[in-house]
Write a new protein. Structure first.
Length: 141
């Protein structure tokens, strides 16, 4: 009998729901469901807790586990987790830094443009005061 089948049988023999067993093992109901479906396996600490809870040796609990399958599933889960972690990190970098940089660039452009317009207007006004007969710098209509 495989571990997931054994766990399901033991849980039902005790008359526990997945949620109740999850509370005993300090995991969610979904985690128990994945263990029973064979989608994942408990870590060593949880295996010891399960063996104590069901009053059996660790060997009796895990005897028919295909260790190679557990290793492969563990590696696949680690790879998936690392992909999601990297993806979230990259998204955070691009969303925050790029957006901040873009907004900062817009503010600098607006500030420099306003300063340029003010300098040109002030220079034009000063040149008009110096050369009032010239209509090049300041025209009066």
């Amino acid at each position: 009998m495989k571990f997931n089948e054994k766990l399901l049988k033991l849980r039902k023999e005790k008359g526990l729901s997945q949620e109740e067993l999850g509370m005993e093992m300090e995991v969610s109901r979904q985690t128990i469901s994945k263990w029973e479906a064979g989608q994942s396996y408990p870590d060593f600490t949880r295996l010891v807790m399960l063996s104590d809870f069901f009053n059996m040796t660790l060997d009796e609990l895990v005897k028919d586990i295909d260790v190679q399958e557990v290793r492969e599933n563990s590696l696949v889960n680690e790879k998936i987790d690392s992909i999601y972690r990297v993806s979230r990190d990259v998204d955070a970098v691009f969303q925050n830094d790029t957006l901040k940089g873009f907004i900062k660039g817009i503010w600098w452009f607006i500030a420099v443009s306003l300063i340029f317009v003010c300098v040109v207007a002030a220079a034009s006004f000063i040149l008009h005061l110096i050369y009032p007969e010239s209509n090049i710098f300041w025209r009066v209509y």
